[in-house]
Structures are given as structure tokens and as C-alpha cells.
Write a new protein. Structure first.
Length: 208
């Protein structure tokens, strides 16, 4: 099986970007290779991670374009020029438009720090704590035109402690993210992820 070329989109620190890259570092048999970081914030820490990891960066400011669609059309041109097979969103803080969705149908993945459909959008960990949820977790899902509304590929839950704060809960959620996301990306690159309506199955499981 040919190795799939992946573009990771990030807006912030890039910890999940690094997890996805590092999971296959030095693995000659890896089914995927992260060959591009797309960043919409040229000052983001993710860029420094990419430089350290040897991953090329395409950093552009969306406000430099007349519309979201024009920005994404430029990004799509870059993705196609580099032969990108699928896209992984990792802390990318922008809603995706049809321009990118149509270019990569059912080939865009995202990770979210809650058990969707609970607590979509920003500040999901804070939302869960404010609501008094007894469980939190991580969801990896396909991207559609909505807010964290695509079909769910994988989820993992953890208990919320009575004394949890965002500062204590989020590191435990991140630990799950850094393990779960690379496993899903690997399964997707190996063509083991099956989408049927909103139902998703992973042939052979994730091995976690």
C-alpha cells in the first residue's frame, strides 16, 4: 500500500500535530506521512514544532483574502500541488467551507475534547465542568459543514473528579488525544475506516 500524504491544519500550540507526526517517526512501514502543516496564524507555536520536526509549513492569514472561500481555494491549490491525500484538523479554529469539503469529501478528520454531541464548539472542557458532567472525553470525527457535527469515528471517556478544574482535567484529556488521534489517522490511512451514513466502523479496531 502506498504511503498516504497528510496535511495537518493547526492554529495553536500544535501538540496533536506533533503526536500525529511522532507516532510514525522512523517507521519505514508507516501508512502515512505528514508532509505539510497548514497554519492560519503565522505566529502560532505549531510552526516552531513543524520546523523542529522537519515538516514543511504553509502559513497564511485568512484576513488577507476577500472571503473564506478565497482563502480555502488558495489552500486547496497548495494541497493539490503537494499531492495531499487527506486532511487532519488539530486545533484548527476555523469552520470549514464547501470549498475545502468538496475538494476532500469524507477525507477531513477532526478531534474535539468532549464526548460529542455534548459540548461542541469552543471551551468544551469548561462547558463540561460548568454543566456538572460526570464524564468527559475525546471524539475523533469526520468534518462536515457544521460545528463539530460530523460522523463520529472514535471516542474515549474519562471520569470527571469532584475537584477538577480546567487546569487538572485538560491534561488528562490531552493524554487521550495524543494516543487516540494517531491511531485513527493510521486506520484511515490504511483504508480501514468505513462510513455508512452517520455510522462509522473501523475494520480491525484501533489497537488501543
Amino acid at each position: 500500500m502506498a504511503r498516504k500524504l497528510v496535511a495537518v491544519f493547526a492554529s495553536g500550540s500544535g501538540s496533536n500535530f506533533e503526536a500525529v507526526v511522532s507516532a510514525v517517526a522512523g517507521d519505514a512501514a508507516s501508512p502515512y506521512e505528514v508532509s505539510l502543516l497548514v497554519c492560519d496564524k503565522p505566529g502560532a507555536a505549531a510552526i516552531a514544532r513543524a520546523e523542529r520536526l522537519g515538516v514543511p509549513v504553509y502559513a497564511v492569514r485568512p484576513k488577507s483574502y476577500p472571503s473564506r472561500e478565497a482563502y480555502e481555494a488558495d489552500v486547496v491549490r497548495e494541497l493539490r500541488a503537494r499531492g495531499i491525500d487527506f486532511v487532519v484538523l488539530a486545533g484548527y479554529m476555523r469552520l470549514i467551507t464547501a470549498t475545502l469539503l468538496d475538494a476532500y469529501p469524507n477525507r477531513i478528520l477532526n478531534i474535539h475534547p468532549s464526548l460529542l454531541p455534548a459540548f461542541p464548539g469552543l471551551h468544551a472542557v469548561e462547558q463540561a465542568l460548568e454543566y456538572g458532567a460526570k464524564a468527559a472525553g475525546v471524539t475523533v470525527h469526520f468534518v462536515d459543514g457544521g460545528m463539530d457535527s460530523g460522523a463520529i469515528i472514535a471516542q474515549e471517556a474519562l471520569a470527571v473528579r469532584d475537584d477538577d478544574t480546567p487546569e487538572t482535567l485538560y491534561p488528562r484529556i490531552q493524554a487521550i488525544e495524543h494516543r487516540l488521534y494517531p491511531a485513527v489517522v493510521r486506520a484511515f490511512a490504511e483504508d480501514r475506516v468505513r462510513l455508512d451514513g452517520r455510522r462509522v466502523t473501523v475494520e480491525g479496531g484501533l489497537g488501543l
